[in-house]
Every structure is written in C-alpha cells, then in structure tokens.
Ligand binder design. Sequence first.
Ligand SMILES: *Cc1c(COP(=O)(O)O)cnc(C)c1O
Length: 390
Amino acid sequence: MIATPYYNIDLSKLQKNLASLRSAFEALWPNFQIGYSYKTNNLPWLVKWMHEQGVMAEVVSEPEYELATYVGNQPNNIILNGPHKGLSNLLLALKNGSIVNLDSFAEIDFIEENIKSFTHDIKVGLRINFDLERECPGETIPGEEPGRFGFNLENGDFDKALNRLSHLQKVKVVGLHGHHSTRTKSLRIFNSITKHLCEVSKKIPALEYLDLGGCLFGDKPGTPTFEEYASTIVDILEAYQISKEVQLLVEPGAALIASPVSYVCSVIDVKDIKDRRLVFTDGSVKHVASQMKAPPFVSSLNTKSSNLKEKQIVTGYTCIEMDRFLTLDNQPELAKGDRITIYNVGAYTMSLTPLFIEYFPTVIVTDENGNEEVVREKWTTKEFIQKSKL
Ligand SMILES: *Cc1c(COP(=O)(O)O)cnc(C)c1O
C-alpha cells in the first residue's frame, strides 16, 4: 500500500475528459486544437502525457516554456501567453514560431526594438480586454474593477496596438486571444467572449486562429457540457461567417485535470473537545485547497467502523488552527489508520502546494486495471535543500 498522503490520478478519467472535449469541438469545428494550461497542474508526468496525446502546451512564463520544451514540445506546439513572458523567452518563441499572444505595449516596444534581428516574418496574436462584467454582471473575477490582461477595446488600446504592429513589415497579426477567468464558467461568458473575438477579427485580414482560452467546466454534474460550450462558440463563429480555415483553440486546465485527481490521507489520532470529534490526519488543507477556503469536498472513508458519529472535523498536519478540510455528518466513526479520500482535487492544488512544514507529497497514476505507478516520489530534505548554500 502506498504511504499517505498522496495524490492519485485516475488515468481512464483523464483520457475520457480529453477525448470528450476533443470530440465535442471537432464535431462542429474540425480545425480545432487544445492547449493544456500548465499553471493549472504542472506535474511533469502530466504535461508530458498531454504532449503525447497531441495536445499543445499553454504556458505563461519562461520556466513553463522551458518545461514544455523539456518534455518534448516543438516551439510550434507551444502557446505563450501572459503578462510576464520573459523578454529573451518572448524573442525565442517569436523566432521559432510558437503561438504568441501579446498582452501589453511593452511587448510591442520590445518587438520594435528587436525588429532587425528577425531574419524571417513573425506572427503574433493579441489578447483582447473588454468590459465582460457589463455583459455578464456578477460573473467575472474582478467584478466592477477592470480586467488587467490584454489590450482594451473600449479605450482604444487595441486599435493602437494593431496600428503600431501594422507598421512593422516583418510582423503579421494572425490571431486573437480571449481568455477570461470567471466565477461562473457559463455559456453566457463564452457567448460574450466569442462575439467580441469575431467582431474584432474583422480588423485582422490574415486571421489564422481564434483562441477562446480556458475556464470551462469539465464533467461536474449540473454544469454546461463540452457539447454545449462547443455549440455556443461555433454558432457565433458561423453567424459571423468565420472561415473554417481559421483554427479554433481552447486552453482548458481544470476541465481536464480537476476530476481525475483524488487525495488520500490517513487518520493519526482523534480528540473529543467540547461536543466535537476532531480527527487528525497526515494530510493538509494546503494540499487540497491551498488558499485554505476548503469547499465542501466529495469524499469517501476507508474504515471498519460501523458506529455512526454525528459530527467529525477532519484536520491536517500543519500547525495552523484552521487546517480543517472536511466536516463529516453522521458518518462512520474514524479511527487511527483509517484512510480518507477526497475527490476532484487536480486543479490548482499540486501546482500551488507550498513547501510548508512538509514537502510535496507522492503522486501516483492508477490505470484502468488498478495498476499503480508512482510518477513523483515525495520530496525529502534532499530535494528541499538543492541549490542552497549551507
Ligand atoms: C489560467 C488560464 C487558463 C486555464 O484556466 P482553467 O480555469 O484552469 O481552465 C487558460 N488560459 C489562460 C491564459 C490562463 O491564464
């Protein structure tokens, strides 16, 4: 038995998520490609697996670009986004033909300054920024505050950017990027983003791709399906008579990796204080909700106990009071050695886990026959002190 705590990746669920996303979109728009969002979960095994499945790498930093290259992606298989691409990295990506979605004027300054060093034409995309909150009230993350990524449509920045780039003979604007992180991941959001991309695309004669970004739901019950996202988006592309030659890109992270990952920890002790049963484990809220706002998790218990307990609070190994991540009502009474599994924790968990008190836990992959493979051993002090001077 694998020592706890550990993350478990359910391989068949991962395969199913990817296949159903692909088929939903390809059925309606054959020229379709997925860029997997590295920041959502950058486990080396996972990003290599995505590459092996023919998925592009969506990266937002120099280290992520480097990791994508390290696991075998050719430059033209990498989408480089974000506000801090690293200037030498940006230059490399442009010269080698990655998809690059520009985010700010400093990047255009940089391209102008380096224009002489381009020995061939380069292609760029522009990320758009617009008042999504006005069209989808209450749905965006910044709310009334403006979104901070990309070139704003309403204040003229986008046109200014386009105009500046049009004066550079070696630079061709070929794409538009519309990612927005939202609270709701709703069809209305994608409706609004797609409309703006299509509207703006009238200004891009050499259009090669429209990139809708990520922030879609996956297989969570009661949420839009991949088919519904695809038809919402494609209906608008068709209404705007976007050529079928134009590539449709999406950049999912959570939709692919949230549901295949579970987290297993063991009970190490219990205490009764006031009218509460406190259950201590070798796991932590930091591994499943790094911001410490533990949502109501789906969980299962591996215990021999049949005695039901009215209320048990499951807590973690850290010395933080609020390291409490599960409230169990009328569940079997947990005892030392019992195991607890928490489901749907693949997104923004491993990649946000701090090296706080303990180091990174083990990660395993379980295939459809139940075979378990360790794909990252737990970190020890040896990995922790690397590059340190003692
Ligand atoms: C975060 C991010 C994504 C992925 O978001 P998910 O919610 O994990 O799907 C895609 N594209 C960009 C530009 C991002 O910043």
